[in-house]
Design a protein around this ligand. Structure first.
Ligand SMILES: Nc1nc2c(ncn2[C@@H]2O[C@H](COP(=O)(O)OP(=O)(O)O)[C@@H](O)[C@H]2O)c(=O)[nH]1
Ligand SMILES: [Mg+2]
Length: 438
């Protein structure tokens, strides 16, 4: 294996920059430029000068990690130099002059995966962690990095593997048809359990994916109830036009909002009513389309006005909101107990914010694992289909041979998620999206 080197801090001038070196020659190579590191205690930081002959490049701090106790599992040296662009690039050049090769994107993490320091879901979590822009995104990546997804899948896979080998054993004794090493009722129970857990994971992707892209929230209701005013109040800016003319909002207006570390995509829509205005009707169509795609629906109404009857789709949450309560007498408010009472115009909307956060937190705190990666989602859907075929096969009294094919399909799909089974193409695809130096 080559010894690789890269600047791990972002391109640009900073207080310091970190140049990372990994591989068999890492310590020796840096030693040649700084003097002895051999006496450095592991995990200690050493002060040194980078020098070649008479030339002193920089005053640096050098951290030595010895294999296998390092990020990559190889010998690793991290050089913290001054963050001048010239110095950073010279440090890298000196290292390549001394025999290192510049690292490809993600190559440090790829080595960590190859050396068994982490599985594929964890390696992917490293990229997600670096890309995280909100706390919820960071939390998801962190839980994946700590192995939550892999632990869940490995456990299911182990147990399924046990049964598959018993069934394959039966196939070896095909002459004795009556032999059944794998207890069918136990296999049925296990398949059912796996099916349920995979379904839950698949369902969690809706939230996991939304956390990364923003949870879509559609504001719907009759014209003039204050939808646009609510959007503006939530955003804290005049984003949508507000007026007392019905049908002011004709197209959907969208903007993002971060509440308690969660990214929401708020979508204000045209008021829903019967109209012959072609443009307005187009707007209404878009409103309904936006509502269908949303994960949370804020259904706004005001007392005395009709409520739009929107039937939430599967997985959607509907929050009923009464606006303009400032116009009501206290005893009139008492009757509005089936929704949140707000006054968008006067900024009395805290309840809406709290409810939004509460809904998302509840869907994250189901104790289970939340999927957020498209690749994992697709593989788990395949595993789920396979285990459903196993269940059906058991129901139909299918032969061990046919059962074992579906079991294998399920095992393969699960193994692909964690990287127990992986192709170079998949790995290239994953690691090429990393930053250089990680
Ligand atoms: N009194 C009162 N008026 C409001 C409130 N929210 C909105 N309005 C008014 O209701 C009218 C319609 O508001 P708008 O946001 O355009 O409604 P939309 O058609 O549902 O988007 C405007 O004149 C707003 O100023 C509120 O909380 N209290
Ligand atoms: Mg409007």
């Amino acid at each position: 294996m080559d010894t690789i080197a890269a600047i791990s801090t972002p391109y640009g001038v900073g207080g310091i920059a970190v140049v990372r070196v990994s591989g068999e020659e890492a310590i020796e190579t840096v030693e040649r430029l700084t003097g002895s590191l051999g006496s450095a205690k592991p995990y200690s930081v050493r002060h040194a000068y980078l020098r070649r002959g008479d030339e002193v490049l920089d005053e640096v701090l050098v951290t030595v990690f010895r294999a296998p106790h390092s990020y990559t599992g190889e010998d690793v040296v991290e050089i913290a130099c001054h963050g001048s662009l010239y110095i950073q690039q010279e440090v890298l050049r000196w290292l390549t002059d001394a025999g290192c090769r510049t690292a490809r994107a993600g190559e440090f993490t790829e080595r960590a995966f190859m050396n068994g320091k982490m599985d594929l879901t964890q390696a992917e979590a490293v990229a997600d962690l670096i890309a995280a822009e909100t706390r919820a995104e960071k939390d998801l990546a962190m839980s994946q990095l700590r192995g939550k997804v892999s632990t869940e899948l490995n456990e299911l896979r182990e147990r399924l593997l046990h049964f598959t080998s018993l069934i394959e054993l039966e196939l070896d004794f095909a002459d004795h048809e009556e032999l059944e090493f794998a207890d069918r009722s136990e296999l049925r129970a296990l398949s059912h359990e796996i099916e349920t857990r995979l379904s839950a994971l698949i369902a969690s992707f809706r939230t996991g994916n939304a956390i990364r892209n923003g949870i879509p929230v559609a504001i719907i209701g009759a014209p003039n109830v204050g939808k646009s005013t609510l959007l503006n109040a939530l955003l804290g800016e005049q984003r949508a036009i507000v007026s007392d003319i019905q049908g002011t909002t004709r197209d959907t207006v969208e903007d993002t909002l971060i509440l308690d570390g969660i990214l929401f995509r708020l979508i204000d829509t045209a008021g829903l009513r019967e109209t012959h205005d072609t443009l307005e009707n187009l707007g209404i169509e878009r409103s309904l389309a936006a509502a269908d795609k949303a994960q949370i629906i804020l259904s706004v109404t005001e007392m005395g006005k009709e409520t739009v009857n929107y039937q939430p789709k599967e997985g959607q949450q509907l929050i009923k909101i009464y606006n303009k309560v400032d116009l009501l007498m206290p005893d009139e408010r008492m009757n509005l107990i089936d929704g949140l009472c707000i006054s968008a115009k006067h900024g009395v909307i805290e309840q809406v914010k709290n409810k939004l956060v509460q809904i998302v937190r509840a869907s994250l705190n189901t104790g289970g694992v939340v999927l957020s990666n498209q690749r994992h989602y697709e593989a788990i859907c395949r595993a789920h289909e396979a285990i459903q075929r196993v269940e059906q096969g058991l129901e139909d009294g299918l032969s061990g041979e046919l059962l074992s094919m579906d079991l294998q399909d399920c095992l393969t799909a699960l193994g692909e998620v964690t990287g127990q089974i992986s192709s170079q193409e998949v790995l290239n695809n994953i690691f090429s999206k990393f930053c250089i130096g990680k």
